[in-house]
Design a protein around this ligand. Structure first.
Ligand SMILES: [Ca+2]
Ligand SMILES: [Ca+2]
Ligand SMILES: [Ca+2]
Length: 428
């Protein structure tokens, strides 16, 4: 497992979801949309159950991590690019968003009955309503020193493509959860890679707050914004921070960041992303020192798809709503029956989330979840030109045999499952 692999394995997960038509109606959504930010908050009802509210309408996050890449791109060689600015066929449209077709007969070429449709539309038709997006792309002066490697320079040193995200929302009804790594993999802290992020270090704290501030300035006035997310399983050792070692320090610092966000933008909640094994000492510290956090986000990978006692655990420790910030078929082995096993896994997972939504039979603290991930990336396990290893088969869609990346998709069986579970053809 390489350094860059760790940095980026789950780093650019952009999750998609299909927003209900809060402001938009009819087929010509783009022109009819009112460019107005939404008021989003979490609400606890008299039964102690939680809901995410968007302009007073209940909103279930039906999300997908979205980080497509061209086969062969590799963060180890600083060739992995920000998908949001890639237009290699020079037609003025972002390739993965708009220039993708579905290879229905799996012959690795586009036949007459296989129209160009694009991932955005495919996600909409699956019922996706939210994308998880990291804000780090920026041309702001205060961010430059944080791009302290060639890999990060290639990925982030440009303006965020907000116009693309505006179209994602206006034309496809899909909202965005804007994320900041908050020191995960030293991203945003400016820490030395080998030493990792130290939440006790005041200079690193300043860097991280600067990064979070930039996120809020960039996105608080955007109508596609659903919420902010701090970190990505920063309590896990793999994230190269000392959050788990100093839970009180971490909890207090997280609270400062969330407080700053709320002061800058009172209309969007703050989620904190932890790993599935988040321990009691950290949860206790968060309960005591981090009241400004609105939502506990959990990246959770079980072997069966079930989230076990997670809902009860968070309810008992924190009593905050839970958003599954990543889940997916990491442990489903590729092979002849892969798609059936993957489908079963996702059905188990989504039914568990569904059962724990407000009004369900469970704990009533689930807000929804983000699937890891929309499409297989081939760089995540071993050579970027080959397709193997668990991470590389988590996609709801594949890139087929890889010959015309990034323009080819095949839809795995699980796509149809979500079409049914999340609403046939999405929601207009
Ligand atoms: Ca293009
Ligand atoms: Ca074909
Ligand atoms: Ca590979």
């Amino acid at each position: 497992m390489t350094k860059r692999y760790i940095i980026l394995r789950k780093s650019m997960l952009v999750l998609l979801a299909l927003i209900v038509t809060v402001f938009c109606s009819g087929p010509s959504v783009a022109n009819d949309c009112i460019a107005e930010t939404l008021k989003v908050n979490v609400k606890k009802d008299s039964n102690g159950q939680w809901q995410l509210m968007v302009n007073d309408n209940s909103y279930i996050v039906k999300g997908v991590c979205y980080s497509p890449s061209v086969i062969g791109e590799d963060p180890d060689n600083a060739t992995l690019r920000d998908w949001a600015i890639v237009d290699d066929n020079n037609n003025g449209r972002i390739d993965s968003a708009y220039d993708v077709f579905v290879d229905q007969n799996d012959n690795s070429k586009r036949d007459a009955n296989e129209p160009i449709i694009g991932d955005f539309q495919l996600m909409k038709e699956m019922g996706v309503n939210t994308v998880r997006f990291y804000h780090h792309a920026s041309e702001a002066a205060e961010m430059k020193h944080l791009y302290n490697s060639e890999t990060l320079e290639v990925l982030y040193n440009h303006p965020p493509n907000k116009e693309l995200l505006r179209k994602l929302y206006a034309d496809h009804g899909i909202m965005v959860m804007a994320g900041d790594f908050f020191g995960a993999h030293t991203n945003g802290s400016g820490a030395d890679w080998e030493k990792g992020t130290d939440y006790r270090d005041l200079a690193q704290q300043d860097n991280m707050l600067q990064s979070v501030r930039r996120m809020v300035l960039d996105f608080r006035e955007e109508s596609f914004l659903l919420m902010y997310c701090l970190g990505n399983e920063n309590d896990l050792l793999i994230s190269r921070t000392n959050a788990n070692q100093y839970p009180e320090v971490f909890a207090k610092f997280v609270n400062n960041a969330a407080k700053m966000i709320h002061e800058m933008d009172p209309d969007h909640p703050v989620c904190l992303c932890l790993g599935g094994a988040a321990g009691a000492s950290l949860l206790n510290a968060l309960a005591r020192y981090a009241p400004e956090i609105d939502i506990i986000g959990i990246n959770y990978y079980s072997r069966t798809g079930s989230f076990g006692d997670l809902w009860e655990r968070i309810k008992n420790k924190l009593d905050k709503p839970v958003l599954i910030t990543e889940f997916g078929s990491l442990f489903v082995t590729p092979g002849a029956t892969f798609e059936d096993k993957q489908l079963k896994y996702h059905r188990t997972a989504w039914e568990d989330i569904n059962r724990n939504l407000s009004g369900g039979e469970g704990q009533g603290n689930a807000l929804g979840g983000f699937i890891f991930e929309w499409v297989d990336n081939w760089w995540q396990n071993g050579a970027p030109e080959s397709h193997k290893g668990m991470n590389e088969f988590c996609g709801i869609t594949s890139q087929g045999k890889g010959s015309i990346s990034p323009y080819l998709r095949t839809l795995r069986k699980v796509y149809s499952y979500y079409q049914e579970a999340w609403g046939k053809k999405g929601t207009k």
